[in-house]
Structures are given as structure tokens and as C-alpha cells.
Design a protein around this ligand. Sequence first.
Ligand code: NAG
Ligand code: NAG
Ligand code: NAG
Ligand code: NAG
Length: 483
Amino acid sequence: MKACSTMLLFLATIVWFSGLSHGNDRTGPQDYTNSSKTANLFSSPTIDTTTNLFQRKKTNKPVASPTSPSPAPGSDYVPNASTLSKLIICGYQGWFAFPGDGAPINKWKHWFSSDYDPSVSNLEVDMYPSMDEYDAADLLESNILMKDGSKAKFFSSARPNVVKKHFQWMRDYGISGVFQMRFMENMDLPKNREWKTMVLRNVKAAAESTGRVFAVSYNLAGNSINDSVLDAIKLDWMDLVDNERITESSRYIRHTGLPVLRIFGVGFKTVNVTDTKKLAELIKWFKTDAEPQYHVFLIGGVPRRWRDLTDDSREEKDWKDIYQSFHGIHPWHVGSWGTTTGFQSFYNNVIVNDAKLCAKQGILYMPTMWPGFSWHNLNEGNAQVNQIPRLGGNFMWAQAYSYVQNKNINTVWMAQFDEVDEGTAIFKVAKNKQELPAEGNWLTLDADGVALPNDWYLKLCGEAQKMLLGKIALTNKIPIKNK
Ligand SMILES: *[C@@H]1O[C@H](CO)[C@@H](O)[C@H](O)[C@H]1NC(C)=O
Ligand SMILES: *[C@@H]1O[C@H](CO)[C@@H](O)[C@H](O)[C@H]1NC(C)=O
Ligand SMILES: *[C@@H]1O[C@H](CO)[C@@H](O)[C@H](O)[C@H]1NC(C)=O
Ligand SMILES: *[C@@H]1O[C@H](CO)[C@@H](O)[C@H](O)[C@H]1NC(C)=O
């Protein structure tokens, strides 16, 4: 009877949210069209694409000298860049932009659905970051009114000091570092690619100066993606290694002696990459066939039901071999449960068995930890604010506890440091209504009836990291006070 009701609950959990986006660069197709919200999603970009981005030229760029980390006084934790073991690593979108920020795309990205009209009707995010923490020079006014009559401002991830601020927080709160998202959609467009690479350079410099760690994560999501992306990834990686020299950074994450690379979007029914033969070839290239300097410890960002080839996973038998050919497996769990009870059920039924299988096969298993979910504005009002409540942090802590006590889990993905579009962000955001703009529908940290500080989720992530490292005792209760 008990088993039966658990199973029902479990089934309910996996069905109710199957339409969830998984962090794809949803507005990507508009990068090079001066389009309205929905136009041109499938049309070809109109800008010049004749430049061959991937000509394998070596540049004369100076090699970054390995920088030794310099932790701030009071923060003694320096993550070990030579291993994924005992790390909680945050996903980092780094996709916020505004016209004039210095990035070649020169438009609003991700705060608003419109390129040039930063009005409340175009708002795309549910959480308002603590904008007073950034240099005024790194912010741009929108058309949204604040309560004092001034205009709400927003930051750009293309600005080095914005990214540096985020990494200083990671250092100050004992957070290890990030996987920097590299969305492949429209990567063949030079301006778009340069913008994304600017942010990656910011991440590299900030990780080096704060002693944090970083690695690249490709993302295959996006409407215009097809199997040709598998060739593009190879060329892009060679360019990052040869010309950006990212794997030479002392803070680039390595595991078993190899630079770590994740590819998200493998095997999802919603991702338009279906050629398993070509995919197997790419995986083999990264593992053995490429010249040695391109070899990586390869992590597959896969559907939550990868092991059973069901639900969000493609179901053809070939995918089983694809999944199990990765060095590491990271299932995307955002939206896979809506309550702590739902989590327990999913954990017992899926995650425990995933982790067991991976341990048996010698595959690194990295589950997703996430604080809650809200995409009211992104979803044009068709979802309620605070759709999956954070419960003052208890929702996330239940996951931290279960993951840390599982001997088959040594690495955790924290979704995501700066993701305000889907409301999973853990960085500093408005804690209550007083800190919000006068217009718009927003999620604040006190939404569940508990007053919390702006940095509450930075603190929780730092505490979870300490618990994984064994620096504090394993506990199923949040170990700090919410002041
Ligand atoms: C893009 O749209 C904006 C706002 O409608 C307009 O001012 C601008 O001239 C357009 N740019 C191009 C290149 O069409
Ligand atoms: C860092 O990790 C590597 C690989 O596991 C290990 O050999 C090394 O001793 C670790 N360094 C520190 C300072 O713990
Ligand atoms: C997938 O790609 C094919 C071409 O490779 C295209 O015809 C199709 O519309 C795409 N499907 C989706 C869902 O984007
Ligand atoms: C696949 O995507 C590439 C890159 O975006 C594009 O150039 C090509 O036309 C697409 N192929 C098909 C069949 O849609």
C-alpha cells in the first residue's frame, strides 16, 4: 500500500511539469533580427554570415599567466581546481546585456523580450537583482519606474566588473565556481559569438582573481539547432583552447587530469539533435580521437529519465549507449518536483538508482540542486509568480541534505547563480516589496512569509558546500539563522 501511494505520487510528480524549459537561450533566434517577440523564429538571420569564424588561425594574443588565487580575508576556502569531487558548481548564464554595454550585439538581452524597448510590458525576469551593488557605469536605465520616480536599472554580463562582483560574492560566501553556459544557437553569427566569448573572458579573469573555478558548458537547446551543431562544437572548442587558451587557466576545472566540459541537451525530446552516430563520434573525438590538447572529461547534460529512456528522454535504444559513454552524467532536474515530499519521492525512485548505476559503471553522477522556480514574466503571465515556492530555503536544503548523505554523489550542480528569468537565481536579489520597482510583477525573497536577507541563497549555497566538504555536520535542518 505504501509502495503503491509512493509510486502514484512519483508518477504525478514527473507528469505535471513535463513542459518545462531547461534553461535554453529562448530569445536566441532574435539575436540578429530586429524583430518583435515572435517574428522570425525560424527564418535565417539577415546579417552577413560569410565570415568564416572557424578559420583555424592562431592569434598572437598573450598567454594568460597562471594566476594564483587570492582569497579575501575571512574567506579561507579555495576550491581545488584539479577535481570535481566535493564541489557544488553553479550554472552561470551570463546572458544579460544592454545597448551600449560594449558587446557587439548592442541591444537588451534577457531582461526584456524586446531588443530596444525596456518597458514593463516586455519584462522577462521575475526577480529584481540588488542593483545598488554594481558600479553605476555597469548599469543602464530602463523605462520601468522606481518608487522614488527614478528609473529601474539593469546590469550587463559583458561588463568585467559585474562578473567580478559575482565571483567576489562566491569567494565571500564560500561558493566554488561556475559552469559558464555557451549556447550554441546562432553561434555561427560573429557578433553573437564574440559577445558570448567576452563573457567567458570575464568569467576566466574573475575566477583567476578570486580563486574560484570555472568550466565551459555547451548548450544544444534552441529552435534553430540541428545536427550540424555537432561539427560546430568541435570547431568552437578548438578555438577556445587554441586562441582563448581557457584550459591553460590555473582555475579551469580538471578531473582525472583532463579539463572538464559539459554538453547540455543530449537526448532530450525537445532538443533537435537526433543523429546518434554523429553524436557518438563527437564523444569519441573528445575522449580519444582529437589531438591530445582537446581531450576533456566529458559530462552529458541529459534528461531526468535518461536511465529508463522515457518521459523527457528520447526512447530509441541507441541513446542508452550514448548516455553511458560520457565520463559524467548530469540530469536536469529543475521542475522535476514541486514540494519537498515530491523531491523525496523522486530522489528515492530515480536519483538514488541513477547514482547507483553510475557508481557501478565508473561514471561521475552530478544531480541538480535548485531553490524554487518562477517564470511568470518569461511566460507572458501564463504562470503564477512563485510557481514552485522556495519555502524560505527548505526546498533547497532538503536536496542538499539528501545529496550530501548519498555516498554515490560527490558533485552537485546548483541551478543557477544568475537565472532570474526562471527564478532559480541564488545571487543577491530584492528581499521585499520596498526594494522593487513600482511597476511589474516580481518574486521577492519574503514570498513565503519569512523575512530573509538579500544574500540568503548565497549563504545557503556556501553552507551546503561546507556540508559536502565535511566542514560542518550533516544536517537536514538549515544550519544558519535567517538574518
Ligand atoms: C530596430 O528597431 C528599433 C526600434 O523599433 C529602431 O529604432 C531601429 O532603427 C531598428 N534597427 C534596425 C537595424 O532596423
Ligand atoms: C586536489 O585534488 C587532487 C586530485 O584529486 C589531489 O591530488 C590534490 O592533493 C588536491 N589538492 C589539495 C590541496 O587538496
Ligand atoms: C529540426 O530540424 C529540422 C531540420 O534539420 C527542421 O526541419 C525541423 O523543423 C526542426 N524541428 C524543430 C522542432 O525545431
Ligand atoms: C542546420 O543549422 C545550420 C546552422 O544554423 C544551418 O546553416 C543549416 O541550414 C541547418 N540545416 C538544416 C537542414 O536546417
